[in-house]
Structure formats: structure tokens, C-alpha cells
Design a protein around this ligand. Sequence first.
Ligand SMILES: O=C(CO)COP(=O)(O)O
Length: 249
Amino acid sequence: MTRRKLIAGNWKMNGDLAALAEIDAIAAAAVAYPGVDVAIGVPATLIAPAAARAPGLAIGAEDVHSADSGAFTGCISAGMVREVGASFAIVGHSERRGGYDETDAEVKGKAEALLRHGLNGILCIGETAEQRDAGNAVAVVTGQLRGSMPWGARSGWLSIAYEPIWAIGTGRTPTVADAAAIHGAIRATLVELLGDDAQAMRILYGGSVTGDNAAALLSAGDVDGALVGGASLTAAKFVPIIAAAAGLG
Ligand SMILES: O=C(CO)COP(=O)(O)O
């Protein structure tokens, strides 16, 4: 099955109002690659201005709370980010799972909040270096997938992002063969969980993706796009990744 490539950025806790110029430049360049879906998750403070300036680009949140409202100081709900222009949100990033002790059940609740509010989702999973070295990468990742998969999961609104924690911000990436193997295991688990719809669901790779390695990683079997951190912060670094995806058809 042919799946359109999705190149998504994750700005993490980076970006001020001046950085919106990069959003403008990415949006302008993305027009040249109509065969690729482009999205950027930005800090909550930038969702409204970015969405207003770049209507052709999918602008999203980097996290949401599982509840719609309530006594959760400092948190933001799916409905709130939707109201100011987000069309998607990332949930379950390892920096949330690890840094804030988010469980699979909590990530599942967050993904279900996205569905309730009509947002698309990118659900992240990924193993630590220790888990990989112990030979447990597939078991860990497929376990996270089973535990976090929301009710109502469908390829139309949900994508999976495989982000090995040892590859995030390190300059290290899996080999193309390793990426294909683990993405294949994720696909097989999606088939178990979702049946026929599993073939249409996109599985992104994330972790040290750059313009130099994107074409190779994106050519691996079952790699349907990328979730990009550092290299999504500027058009100069992000656009070559979009171009690499376009080159693969
Ligand atoms: O965590 C990531 C995207 O969500 C990957 O970050 P880097 O691309 O900076 O390694």
C-alpha cells in the first residue's frame, strides 16, 4: 500500500515570536512538495500565531491533558489547542513519558482526548539504549503500542512515531535494516490491533533525522515519514528533509 509521507517537526521548548519567520519560510517552501504532508508541533505560546500565519501548514501542540478541563494547574486541553488553531498534537513523547512519568494509560487517555476534539495525533513510542542492548526493543515498543493505543484509533487521524530514545538528539540513528525491522514489528502489531486499517496507518521514524540521512531512513520498509526535532527549527534544515521525502514519491 502507498502511504503519503508525513514530515512532522517537534520544536520542543524552543522558539519565540521571532522564530515565526522560520514557520513562514517552511510554509512557503512546502508548497513545492504537494505530495508530502508537512506538520510542525510548536510550544503552546506559538500555536495561535503560527496557525494564523501559515494556513497551508498543519500546526500542532506537543502535548495535551487527557481531561477536557479541571484543576490541573499548568496543563492545556485538546479543546484549548484546537480552539486557537492546532490541527494535531503529539502525545507520549519520551521526554513526557520519561520526564513526567507518563504511563501508557495516560498516553492512551491523551490520544482519546484528541479524537474527542477532532485533532489528528502522533503517538510516540521508543526504547532506551539499555532495553535495546538487552534485546528487548521490539517487546518494549510493541508493549507501549498496545498500552497506549486509543479507542477509536484509525489511520485517518492517528500516526505512530517510533523514536528510539538513544537516537534523540544524539546524532545516532538505527541502520536502515534495523529501522525496517522495528517498523515491520510495529506494523504487525497494528494489524493485530486494528485489522485492515493497519496498512493505511503511518509509522514515522524520529531521532537525529537530518537532510543528510532522511532519504535513506525514509526508504526503509514501513517508514512513512519522520518526526524531526533539532532539524525542524529552521527552514534551512527542515526543507531538505521534506524534499527527500518528495524524492521518494
Ligand atoms: O525527539 C525528537 C522528535 O520528537 C527527535 O529529536 P532530534 O531530531 O533532535 O533527535
